[in-house]
Design a protein around this ligand. Structure first.
Ligand SMILES: *[C@@H]1O[C@H](CO)[C@@H](O)[C@H](O)[C@H]1NC(C)=O
Ligand SMILES: *[C@@H]1O[C@H](CO)[C@@H](O)[C@H](O)[C@H]1NC(C)=O
Length: 401
């Protein structure tokens, strides 16, 4: 931010200070980190609470998720975890700002489990929208958040087929912005990372005007929801993608899709996943991309879901498994027996950060704190993945924030 200055003395010194603050304003990168509140229920070293958050790693933190009632009001999905008669998640989350006065703490509404239909009905109905705007304002004031992050997955997709979702979403965001502006609240959204879905869900030019940031979900490109092996965070296409009509099914194509349609690049935060998507191979001797799978990979002890592993689980349990580097997609995977793990490490994250800096994007979004090696059990310190983002930003001469 450029601060108001009094320039009484040397004009040249004032000019220098103004110039320096301009430079840091234009080059300071956002690091927008998500907290998954349900991770407080994980066992052992996987348990992740607000107290585990390092408030100096990120410029923005977002608490996920709050939900939506059918009447248009906000619903607290886990009152025990969130409220001050329970674990006081909201209270402790915003209190992290006491340890970093530049930190912004947002709350995120939506997420995969909320579905799309409720949000479609909300945005299509002017009186429900008015109720929502009022409820959101009250919520931010009561819990002292700095803004709202909108995570509708996704307008005009999944359980909503209303083609008008796209324009109705803009109406709601404009009404929120009008209500938020006098209070200085931030407004952001998490959006698809897949080029081919942008036009279905978003009016990019209007989104670019109304939002402070978009957090591009540059992950989940493949997973055990497919019938074959694929890396979920490929930066670029593999030559094998051509015959499967998947040449646009990667992170760079998605980001370029947003840029081409007119999204303000300084508002784009590139999503970085700290978790892996995993597979059980049909035939352990075929470990290629597009090889047939039987199922997701074996669940980990913390994330406890077939087809998913945290980086912390991989580095604690599978550090001995051989690592393979896909130089086309710029991502590593591990294979052992019939298990195939497509993950991110310090090196692949640094490739993505370099890509985003070359594109002059505004910054990075991290999904999420809890699957990095937050305890530092694997020998490279705490939060090695998030720190790889920070290190690469700084190594390239940019500042944070
Ligand atoms: C592995 O599976 C892919 C996809 O079915 C196939 O194209 C490829 O020929 C297989 N490779 C081997 C070595 O069996
Ligand atoms: C840990 O850090 C060292 C030094 O930066 C690096 O060479 C190594 O690859 C890192 N280990 C992992 C698993 O990323």
């Amino acid at each position: 931010m450029i601060h108001a200055m009094k320039c009484h003395n040397t004009v040249s010194l004032c000019f220098l200070i103004a110039l320096l603050s301009l430079v840091s304003y234009s080059e300071g990168k956002n690091i927008f980190c998500y907290f998954e509140s349900w991770t407080v229920y994980r066992p052992g070293n996987g348990k992740y609470d607000v107290d585990n958050i390092d408030p100096n790693l990120c410029t923005h933190i977002a608490f996920t998720f709050i939900g939506l009632n059918y009447d248009g009001t906000i619903s607290i999905l886990d009152p025990w975890e969130s409220n001050n008669d329970g674990l006081n998640g909201f209270g402790k989350f915003v209190a992290l700002k006491e340890q970093n006065s530049n930190l912004k703490a947002l709350v995120s509404i939506g997420g995969w489990n909320e579905g799309s239909q409720k949000y479609s009905e909300l945005t299509a109905n002017p009186s429900k929208r008015a109720i929502f705007v009022k409820s959101a304002l009250q919520f931010l004031e009561e819990h002292e958040f700095d803004g709202l992050d909108f995570d509708w997955e996704y307008p005009a997709r999944r359980d909503s087929s209303n083609a008008k979702d796209k324009e109705n979403f803009i109406l709601l965001l404009q009404e929120l912005k009008t209500a938020f502006e006098p209070k200085g609240y931030l407004l952001s959204a998490a959006v698809t990372g897949a080029a081919r879905y942008i036009d279905i869900s978003y009016d990019v030019q209007e989104l670019s005007k109304v939002l402070d940031y978009i957090n591009v979900m540059s992950y989940d490109f493949h997973g055990s929801f497919d019938s074959y092996v694929g890396h979920h965070t490929p930066l670029y296409a593999s030559h094998l993608d051509a015959e499967h009509d998947n040449l646009d099914w990667n992170i760079a194509a998605g980001i370029e899709g947003w840029i081409e349609r007119g999204m303000d690049i300084s508002k784009i935060n590139l999503g970085i996943a700290t978790y892996a998507r995993t597979f059980t191979l049909e035939d352990p001797s075929n470990t290629s991309l597009y090889a047939a799978i039987r199922d997701g990979g074996i669940a980990g002890p913390y994330t406890r879901q077939a087809g998913i592993l945290g980086y912390n689980e991989i580095c604690e349990l599978y550090s001995e498994w051989p690592r393979y580097w896909d130089d086309e997609q710029k991502v590593p995977h591990k294979v052992s027996g019939n298990q195939w793990i497509g993950y991110e490490d310090e090196f692949s994250i640094s490739e993505k950060v370099t890509y985003a800096l070359d594109k002059n994007l505004g910054g990075f979004m991290i999904w999420s704190f809890d699957t990095d090696d937050f305890l530092g059990l694997c020998g490279n310190g705490t939060y090695p993945l998030i720190k790889s983002v920070l290190r690469t930003v700084e190594k390239n001469g940019y500042s944070i924030g």
